[in-house]
Ligand binder design. Structure first.
Ligand code: AKG
Ligand code: MN
Length: 191
């Protein structure tokens, strides 16, 4: 079911991965990923991103994101396994993934769209969540009363496509109460 009332398509598949898969993937991704904390420019000032990230992609592919160029790491067996599962559902082939590690309730991602030029006109974004449940908020850029939130639970798969990245921004806010670590993978297609 499309969760957006207009201007795009967002689908959420809860329990997309089994209990066993979630545990295995979370553990290996946490340990195997070369996590980095990158500086970003905010209102002309350099600050550190409030989360850790890593970028993986097809051979030699780098990726520009929020003004950063991220050098691509080579796919791991774990990532290829996850990629195959969601490609079957989404019926597309992804060639890169951005990993985000939210270490606790203070880590977050601000309002943005995934609308970089190299993602093409209507980006397809396949987003896998592992570990702690976090809130994911969507808001329409023009119709300010159109805003809603989802809970991205352990083992869920969120698919955004169509015109979503033109019209909607999304964010993962900080939380007031204690939250354990969460890993998010956003698979992308770089043209
Ligand atoms: O952590 C999430 O669920 C969202 C991540 C995201 O929006 C991104 O990597 O562009
Ligand atoms: Mn995003």
């Amino acid at each position: 079911m499309n969760l957006l009332s207009q201007d795009g398509e967002v689908y959420l598949f809860q329990d997309f991965f089994s209990e066993e898969e979630r545990k295995k993937y979370f553990k290996s991704l946490l340990a195997e990923t070369p996590w980095e904390q990158k500086p970003i420019k905010m209102f002309g000032k350099e600050i550190m991103q409030p989360r850790l990230t890593a970028w993986f992609g097809d051979e030699g592919m780098s990726y520009r994101y929020s003004g950063l160029t991220m050098k691509g790491h080579v796919w791991t067996p774990t990532l290829l396994e996850i990629k195959a599962r969601i490609e079957e559902n989404a019926q597309v082939r992804f060639n890169g993934v951005l990993l985000n590690l939210y270490r606790n309730q203070n880590d977050s991602m601000g309002w943005h769209r995934d609308n970089e030029k190299e993602l093409g006109l209507n980006p397809v974004i396949g987003s896998v969540s592992l570990g702690e449940t976090r809130r994911f908020i969507l808001r329409h850029r023009e119709k300010k009363d159109l805003k809603f939130e989802l809970e991205l639970t352990d083992g869920s798969f969120l698919l955004m496509k169509g015109k979503t990245q033109h019209f909607w921004q999304h964010s993962v806010p900080k939380e007031n109460s204690a939250a354990g670590p969460r890993i998010n993978l956003t698979f992308r297609i770089i043209k």
